[in-house]
Design a binder for this molecule. Structure first.
Ligand code: CUK
Ligand code: CUA
Length: 667
């Protein structure tokens, strides 16, 4: 009955949109069609709200009635928040914020013993890290398509990589890069997620070493790290991981080859000038010094062979980590350079693996290389020269497929199933749709390597993402433009403006792209996002068993069932095994002596979906979130005497306020 009613409203709204269009096209005459829902005239609402036909169409395309689900999930970097955002598409509703590099109180992330251990496993040199600059989320893939199992993301600020399990949307592992304090070309995955790629960014001596900037060319390094992912364990295996030493250019984004180019990795670089700044000493400033040459180098890396060399013991240990030296890589023929126009930023491999699209912020073209030609140039030694470090440089003309003029400041590219590529134009504040060539030409019938449509965005787009747009089977349909500036799009909230995610309909490939929705992001600057078909994610409703430790995804030795709760003192240590259920904790009273060490395990013994409990003790600075079945532990020294009413921090039931107890610390 309700469903029928909703359908009727939707049909009505669509009809209104149609009428608007009809009128707008001048074919409607003057008669007014009245459409009433519960006594309200829809036309009046549209007029009152000053909506255009485009607005009404956009609303109809994005509105989700209550209880309906989105078709896609957008996994977006949370930027400086050090988190991951999960957003429904097309509704653009925020569904979840996943705590990753930053403590997150609601989720208890970084407060319990278990989550603290994960969060701080990758601290640097004794320094606790409590934030991250997240850039590139990467969904795990099977045969080149997202499989919905895991998500990875990097922290550019400290060169860390995190693993998130999509069964419970929680972070399971954080790893610090042992060689560098700076990464950017990560995370990207190979088509079966054997490797998680973490490319470096700013050249520096190996972590922990000092070298004067005068010795930049010799002592500073570039790098790319290949983290081996153990899917069964859901963790990176650091022992089986390795890095490649690179010249101290500033390496940038990477992308993994697929299908024909599987086993290869492509990585941009800039500052091949080896500028070291120092405007205060009369040198050119970085932005000029690093932009002098017309060409930088696209790094072409034979990952498959590199992995074989690593297996064969050709690596050396640096900071305890396996590294293929630059010398070895050159000698073994696993590293090549290709000239790429001026300070490039994005590198994206086409769905068929044939084309590598590079965009330089200072060049209005997308430069497209053919993998076949690259392979041919390598096999037939079409090498023009070597860089100062001895890396062979492939002949640009021999490997170039096309240059497509797109507009000002092209950065990143994604794809659709019809052979179109979509490139963000940062300086122009636009998204360009252009036709790929080769086999794709047959699909869309368009002239190859040509711009076909452009749409303005608001404003300054960095990355963009299409549905499954870097898979081997992109869906197209929707595009989200991740805009850096919002200027006049939202109500003024002070000088720090939100970022703007703009949803664009790209489903009509014969016609034009259409802007649908603006979503403000007020917690950081997300860089990249990936969009996956929502039904690919098989998340749990509740944890599989009572007493579950999400940190290990297995039963915790500290879980209890109802009736097993207890308190035990051993010397100066008091250990508590507590249960939580609507609407009480057992035990409700815990008394210790000042100075005792307290180890407090809490298990949510519920099996009902959404029956989450929280737990906090005032003055001791923690909050836990206990989802049905979950066990978590807090450890602290009872160094403050007095009486501390602890309570459940989730409004779990009618008697939620009564879900409390007393923690007493005797002097
Ligand atoms: S980056 Cu920010 S717009 Cu880190 Cu991939 Cu290009
Ligand atoms: Cu449990 Cu509120």
């Amino acid at each position: 009955m309700i469903k029928k009613h909703l359908t009727k409203i939707l049909v009505t709204v669509i009809a209104v949109a149609a009428i608007f269009f009809f009128k707008a096209c001048g074919g409607g005459g003057e008669e007014k069609v009245s459409l009433n829902v519960g006594g309200e005239d829809i036309n009046a609402v549209i007029e009152d709200r000053d909506l255009t036909p485009e607005d009404v169409l956009a609303a109809v395309k994005t509105f989700l009635p209550t209880g309906k689900y989105d078709e896609y999930l957008l996994f977006a970097s949370g930027g400086h928040s050090g988190q991951v955002l999960v957003i429904g598409v097309p509704s653009m509703r925020l569904l979840k914020v996943i705590g990753v590099f930053t403590p997150e109180p609601w989720q208890g992330w970084g407060f319990s013993k278990e989550t603290k251990e994960i969060l701080h496993a990758a601290d640097y040199d004794g320094q606790e890290l409590t934030w991250g600059d997240t850039h590139h989320p990467a969904l795990s893939e099977t045969d080149g398509d997202y499989d919905g199992q895991f998500l990875f993301i990097n922290d550019k600020a400290n060169a860390r990589v995190a693993v998130i399990d999509l069964r419970d949307f929680e972070t399971k592992q954080i790893i610090k890069n042992p060689l560098s304090l700076s990464d950017h070309g990560g995370t990207m995955v190979t088509p079966n997620t054997e490797w998680i790629i973490e490319g470096g960014q700013y050249g520096m001596p190996w972590s922990g070493e000092y070298a004067s900037l005068d010795d930049y060319n010799e002592k500073y390094k570039g790098m790319v790290t290949f983290w081996k992912f153990d899917r069964e364990k859901g963790r990176i295996n650091t022992e089986e991981s390795f890095a490649m030493e690179l010249p101290p250019y500033w390496q940038d984004i990477t992308d993994a080859g697929k299908l024909v180019s599987e086993g290869w990795v492509f990585q941009n670089s800039f500052n091949t000038e080896l500028a070291t700044g120092g405007i205060e000493e009369g040198n050119p400033p970085f932005e000029a010094g690093a932009s002098q040459r017309d060409m930088d180098y696209l790094h072409v890396i034979h990952l498959k062979k590199a992995a074989e060399l690593f297996k064969a013991g050709k690596t050396v240990k640096i900071n305890g980590f396996n590294v293929l030296t630059l010398e070895t890589s050159i000698k073994e023929g696993i590293l090549y350079f290709i000239p790429e126009p001026k300070s490039p930023h994005g590198v994206d491999v086409s769905p068929d693996g044939n084309y590598i699209v590079v965009s330089g912020k200072l060049d209005p073209h997308a430069t497209v290389y053919s993998f076949k030609k690259i392979k041919d140039a390598i096999d037939n030694g079409k090498i023009k020269e070597k860089d100062p470090y001895g890396v062979p440089i492939l002949d640009y003309d021999a490997v170039l497929e096309a240059q497509v003029e797109l507009g000002l400041g092209p950065l990143h590219t994604q794809f659709d199933p019809d052979g179109y590529a979509y490139t963000s134009l940062f300086l122009e504040s636009a998204v360009a749709r252009w036709a790929l060539g080769g086999e794709w030409t047959k699909k869309n019938g368009k002239e190859p390597w040509k711009l076909v449509d452009k749409i303005s965005i608001h404003y300054n787009v960095g990355h963009l993402v299409t549905a499954e747009g870097d898979n081997i089977h992109p869906d197209g349909k929707y595009l989200v433009s991740l805009n850096k500036w919002a200027i006049d799009r939202f109500t003024n909230v002070g000088p720090l403006l939100p970022q703007n995610f703009q949803l664009i309909d790209i489903g009509n490939t014969d016609g034009q792209m259409q802007r649908l929705y603006d979503m403000p992001i007020g917690i950081g600057e997300p860089h990249y996002a990936q969009m996956i078909k929502a039904d690919k994610i098989k998340a749990w409703d509740v944890y599989p068993e009572i007493g579950w430790d999400p940190g290990t995804q297995s039963k915790s030795p500290y879980g209890v069932l109802a009736g097993e709760e207890r308190v035990k003192r051993t010397g100066n240590t008091v250990e508590v095994w507590m249960s939580a259920v609507r609407s009480h904790y057992t035990p409700e009273r815990v008394e210790v002596r000042k100075g005792d060490k307290v180890i407090w395990h809490i298990t949510n013994v519920e099996r009902a979906k959404d029956a989450t409990h929280g737990f906090t003790v005032p003055g001791y600075n923690f909050n836990l979130s206990l989802e049905p079945g979950e066990t978590q532990t807090v450890e602290f020294v009872a160094d403050k005497q007095g009486v501390f009413p602890f309570y459940c921090t989730e409004f779990c039931s009618a008697l939620h306020l009564e879900m409390a107890g007393y923690f007493l610390v005797k002097p």
